[in-house]
Design a protein around this ligand. Sequence first.
Ligand code: CTP
Ligand code: CA
Length: 225
Amino acid sequence: QLQGPSTQLLDGVHVTITAGPTREPIDPVRYISNHSSGKMGFALAHAAAQQGANVTLIAGPVDLATPPGVQRIDVESAQDMLDTALAQAADIFIGCAAVADYRVADVADHKMKKTANTGAPTLKLIENPDILKTIAAQTKPPMCVGFAAETRDVEAYALDKLKRKKLALIVANDVSNTAIGFNSDDNAVVVLSEDDRVVFEQQSKQMLAQQLIHHIATHYHKHFR
Ligand code: CTP
Ligand code: CA
């Protein structure tokens, strides 16, 4: 719906959002990644811009158009995404990206070849930095919002992440239901804070994003300004 400037919830607020998967190289032509479409993060960026926010969208490799009025920065690996996130000033930071938890320890400089002598290679993985946790641990952190995609004990795991990463809000997403979440157009979530729990029923990611931005903005004005 159309909204006049007087009803904009995030006027002058800088919102930084991570979205999509990350891509972790194995060699110059191969990588490890996941099926995140980036739709939820892009929808959030669009909705935040519609509310007057100054939006930076840090996007992993996705096939999506940049929402109007949004500054988009494309990245590949988790380390790129972290470096870019640390270079942004933000009042609200929303970690929506499906960051690869691990990367290959020793990326090959040249395309790996099949060799009869050594057989199938074993990839040694090392843990990636936690982007959201790093941002939330800064001396003057923005209000941090995380996503938790889980297949069981959804809210318990989400609450654990809220506390462990020192987040203001966590969006808990039950991805055991394949009609919602990851690659689909719809989603249904529960948003948790230290002291409240709000259910958002199944709907399009665009509609949901508008409601989530409303909820996030309300929390921001109540607790962070
Ligand atoms: N996240 C991040 N950097 C990482 C891993 C996760 O910023 N290296 C963010 C995600 O963008 C998301 C939140 O942390 O907002 C939770 O991600 P999730 O993968 O559910 O949590 P993990 O801490 O990685 O735990 P696990 O995968 O074991 O459930
Ligand atoms: Ca993870």
